[in-house]
Design a protein around this ligand. Sequence first.
Ligand SMILES: [Zn+2]
Length: 72
Amino acid sequence: MAGGTLRLICPNLKCKAVLSVPSNARGKDVACRQCGMRIKIPRPKAASAIPPTTPPAAAPPATDAAGDKPAA
Ligand SMILES: [Zn+2]
């Protein structure tokens, strides 16, 4: 499974070079070959890092039930 490469785009807006870095460089930072900017390589996200879904808010109040008119 090793031996993959990652593609990163230099965050320097004046550079935007596409860099290929070995996948084992994750968690480290590399220097852009064009501008020399340090780029942090993100680690792969853990599968267990799923954010909990927010429970739905309380149910909206029921609409006014017509039929509460006083009978003349
Ligand atoms: Zn760059």
